[in-house]
Design a protein around this ligand. Structure first.
Ligand SMILES: Cc1cc2nc3c(=O)[nH]c(=O)nc-3n(C[C@H](O)[C@H](O)[C@H](O)COP(=O)(O)OP(=O)(O)OC[C@H]3O[C@@H](n4cnc5c(N)ncnc54)[C@H](O)[C@@H]3O)c2cc1C
Length: 448
């Protein structure tokens, strides 16, 4: 690779580069760089490394852990101009893409090529595939296809000193030593800048059947999930559970109507990719009727048109409106074994109601990947730490995680030891020191 010239910084610092969706602000960067290719990223990092200059790496800024928020004097390295879909192998279903392409652009390019990119989340129009990899994003289809990690075949990253480390393999299996791509997936920009990826595409699934059901508790919904996973012909692609309070607010903010009797304790949106039978029925319908008969669930309905299915999804996807309505919010993305969910929710809800009675507390999550979110707000800035402490303390001893998808960033750093052993934290620190000895990349995130 030839030495590239340093990219030019933006003439002024646009305030949009100073915050992400977490609402955290830390200061004003000294400069914003938006390189166009790997060579420019390498030249910029080589220069910052030589000067010991702190760099904040930014994708689409939809993160909720504050990891992409710069401090005073940081150089911002924003990937948004590196958005090319470089190649699609339509024979094998492999895409090569620059890290700044939005998730929506990756999905659209895959569809245009007759394939399907399965990772999906509400922020798809803004979040970038590199940011998704850096946070090992999950989303609404993990129950079927896994997290972003399961869709990445190869990664090209630039290390802190400007070295381009290409593990841009496109092979499904490669046992030639340690698999370096996994160093960067979920690394939150601690170890390098992800610049390009090779992605595994999937065959386009059969048309989806969408349903909505109600139950008394998350444990009851877990029982339903187990049955649907075992049911012949049901091919689950989403299983999104939401509290009654979540649905009430979603209906109010989206203008949509809850498709089954409102006022139930818990709801779930279910999607199954399957061809309808000749009589118009589906395997999902049969399985839900069985669950009703067994009293696993209280009620259920199947969307009979695309319009109805989209209306149900709009309820689930009202989260941006809720974040705005309840701000300043604290957003939790905990993970728990299914057997712990009822106990955790009951305790966390009770503690939060007692300590913060004026705030609204909404539970929801992707049950298939053990994920339970809590969005709570509005909260005064001085109460944020107390809110986090209340909830994370309830996770202790439940074999859970404080982050099932958003990452640690700044916001969750004080609580990392709730989830990770000292030996794990020490190993993270060893890796960080080895790859970024001057600590210029995303300093202060995840670990000190
Ligand atoms: C409405 C909404 C819904 C969401 N739903 C989900 C969901 O279902 N599942 C889920 O997992 N998340 C979800 N999120 C959180 C967020 O969208 C994801 O974490 C997403 O993967 C972040 O991507 P981004 O490009 O916006 O990254 P950013 O917010 O820009 O950055 C996130 C972190 O990654 C680092 N980073 C970004 N790009 C790179 C790169 N190229 N190389 C190295 N480091 C990098 C940053 O430094 C930062 O630490 C949601 C957020 C919103 C606002």
């Amino acid at each position: 690779m030839t030495d590239a010239a340093l990219p030019q910084p933006d003439p002024t610092v646009d305030p949009r580069f100073c915050a992400d969706w977490s609402g955290l602000t830390r200061g004003t960067p000294s400069a914003v760089y938006r390189p166009r290719n790997t060579e420019e990223v390498s030249a910029l990092l080589r220069d910052c490394h030589a000067r010991g200059q702190a760099v904040t790496i930014q994708g689409g800024l939809t993160g909720l852990a504050g990891g992409a928020v710069p401090a005073d004097g940081d150089v911002v390295l924003n990937l948004e101009r590196m958005s090319a879909i470089e190649a699609i192998d339509t024979l094998e279903g492999v895409m090569t893409v620059q890290a700044g392409a939005t998730l929506a652009a990756v999905q659209a390019a895959a569809a245009e090529a007759g394939w399907f990119f399965p990772v999906d989340l509400g922020a798809r129009g803004s979040c970038q595939i590199g940011g998704n990899a850096a946070t090992n994003a999950g989303g609404e289809r993990v129950v079927r296809y896994g997290t972003l990690r399961d869709s990445v075949l190869g990664v090209e990253a630039v290390l802190a000193d400007g070295t381009v480390l290409s593990s841009l393999t496109r092979l499904v299996k490669n046992s030639a030593g340690l698999d370096l791509r996994f160093l960067f997936i979920g690394s939150e920009g601690m170890l390098g800048v992800i610049t390009r990826l090779t992605l595994k595409l999937q065959p386009t699934p059969a048309p989806a059947v969408t349903a909505f059901a109600a139950a008394t508790s998350p444990t009851a919904l877990a029982g339903l999930l187990r049955e649907l996973k075992r049911a012949p012909g049901v091919n689950l692609t989403a299983f999104e559970f939401m509290s009654g309070a979540f649905i009430d607010m979603a209906a109010q903010l989206s203008g949509e109507t809850c498709p089954i009797a409102p006022g139930q304790p818990w709801y779930v949106l279910i999607e199954s990719a399957e061809h309808p039978r000749a009589d118009g029925g589906s395997a999902l319908q049969d399985a839900l009727e069985h669950a009703l008969g067994e009293e696993t669930i209280l009620d259920a309905t199947l969307a009979t048109s695309l319009t109805q299915a989209e209306a149900i999804w709009r309820l689930r996807q009202s989260i941006p409106e809720m974040l705005t309505h309840l701000k300043p919010t604290v957003n939790f993305d905990c993970g728990l074994p299914w057997v712990e969910m009822d106990g955790f929710i009951a305790r966390a809800d009770a503690v939060m109601r007692e300590r913060f009675p004026a705030a609204t507390h909404l539970f929801f999550g992707h049950m298939g990947d053990n994920n339970i979110h809590l969005m709570t707000g509005p909260h005064r800035p001085e109460d944020m730490l107390a809110v986090e402490t209340c909830v994370y303390d309830e996770l202790r001893g439940r074999q859970g995680t404080i982050s099932a998808e958003h990452g640690i960033g700044f916001i969750k750093k004080p609580f990392l030891a709730h989830t990770r052993s000292q030996a794990e934290i020490d190993t993270l620190r060893t890796l960080k020191t080895a790859l970024d000895p001057k600590g210029i990349l995303n300093p202060g995130r995840v670990i000190d």
